[in-house]
Design a protein around this ligand. Structure first.
Ligand SMILES: [Zn+2]
Length: 388
């Protein structure tokens, strides 16, 4: 694992100094990291499967023109390479684990070293950014449109050799390795998580009682006086949940980490692209509520997806023919609309990382997704533990 850390570190150095590599003096703006303003807070926005082509198409869907998303106005951009240690194409488990821990692993594995064998053998737990933040007394929050135990949110707070083990993943939020664990958890998946807990002889009620922490079934049920609410709902209003989480975390004297995931798989192209448009609006709203002098906002994806805009003209809906496709109810590997083709699969090309605020200037060039972990650690001025 140390070897992987070293590889990641040397890769980071390489991408951090493209000018040096070419024998050119660095620009004056690129001073030593110590000279940069430190972030107190970090908000990571994760469009799950929201690759470059989907970001482009979301602007076309939402606004009829390219480059109309709010995030497309952000000053700093890089391309983040998402593969696991052994394959070309990543799933959410490896993708998010790499971002959260700085260590690439295997598909299906949640924040464990690549020594893990999915479903069979544990790897060493790799310490997550959320755990670093908890250890340092920051407040932390995870908000997702998906089940709170899904691979992407799971990789922020849990360690497991298999992303499917929800009954094992969820209770880890209540038995943290650092600090008091995730302070604010808003996600979906109530029925299936409940079933998996029951299969292990546990349940929402037992967990809540054992840890003196209610697990609400709806966002509206969470008591306004509860500073550390957990909501596991059937469905989550991501905007309402994210703004509420932000309200709660912003009272933290030492700062906070907030991770907001919104699904952007385009198996259903309109659903996935509309989610990106809605996430982008939420990001603009949140940007208006934070101080960019002490807060880093970072947008990225855990892996890309096989959507392409391959035709159409301005003024025409990008998803021309969608309604007919939807009505036909076909479940095929490839969706062929007039202007858009979707190969309904994760894909291997780099995803965009966009940033603004404190520490955003480090987001540039091509880099492995593990570099995003380093960027967020650097923004706070933190060094990773020698052995993860
Ligand atoms: Zn994913």
């Amino acid at each position: 694992m140390l070897k992987h850390l070293l590889v990641a570190a040397s890769l980071s150095l390489a991408v951090c100094s493209p000018a040096l590599a070419q024998g050119v003096s660095p620009a004056p703006a690129a001073k030593s990291p110590q000279a940069s303003p430190k972030a107190k807070n970090v908000i990571l926005f994760l469009a799950d499967a929201g690759g470059v082509p989907s970001v482009n198409a979301a602007s076309l869907l939402g606004y009829g023109e390219p480059l109309k998303l709010h995030i497309q106005t952000w000053p700093n951009l890089g391309l983040s390479e998402t593969s696991p240690v052994d394959l070309f194409v990543s799933d959410s488990a490896n993708g998010m684990s790499s971002i959260m821990t700085g260590v690439k692993t295997r598909n299906g594995v949640i924040s464990q070293s690549p020594a893990a064998v999915r479903g069979k053998v544990d790897g060493a737990p790799t310490k997550t950014l959320l755990e670093y933040a908890e250890q340092r007394g920051l407040r932390t929050g995870v908000v997702t449109s998906e089940p709170i135990t899904d691979a992407t949110p799971g990789a922020t707070y849990a360690h497991s050799n298999d992303r499917e083990k929800w009954g094992e993943i969820f209770p880890q939020a209540f038995a943290p390795r650092f600090g008091d664990g995730v302070d604010v958890m808003f996600g979906a998946g109530r029925r299936k998580i409940g079933e998996q807990l029951t299969a292990r002889g546990s349940g929402f009620d037992q967990l809540a009682k054992a840890h003196d922490r209610p697990i609400y079934a709806r966002l509206e049920e969470a008591s306004p006086t509860n500073a550390r609410p957990v909501v596991v709902a059937d469905q989550i209003d991501v905007r309402a949940a994210a703004l509420r989480a932000l309200d709660l975390l912003q009272s933290s004297p030492k700062g906070y980490l907030l991770v907001i995931e919104w699904d952007a798989h385009t198996d259903d192209p309109r659903k996935g692209l509309q989610n990106i448009v809605d996430l982008d609006k939420l990001i603009a709203e949140i940007e208006g509520r934070v101080d960019l002098k002490d807060t880093l906002l970072l947008f990225t994806a855990d892996h890309s997806f096989g959507l392409q805009v391959d035709g159409g003209r301005r003024g025409e809906p990008v998803l021309e023919g969608y309604d007919a496709w939807k009505a036909a109810g076909k479940d095929e590997d490839v969706v062929r609309l007039k202007n858009v083709m979707v190969n309904r699969s994760h894909t291997g090309e780099e995803v965009v990382a966009l940033a603004t605020g404190a520490g955003a200037e480090r987001v540039r060039g091509y880099f492995p997704n593990t570099h995003l972990f380093q960027i967020m650690m650097d923004a706070w001025g933190w060094k990773p533990d020698a052995v993860n």
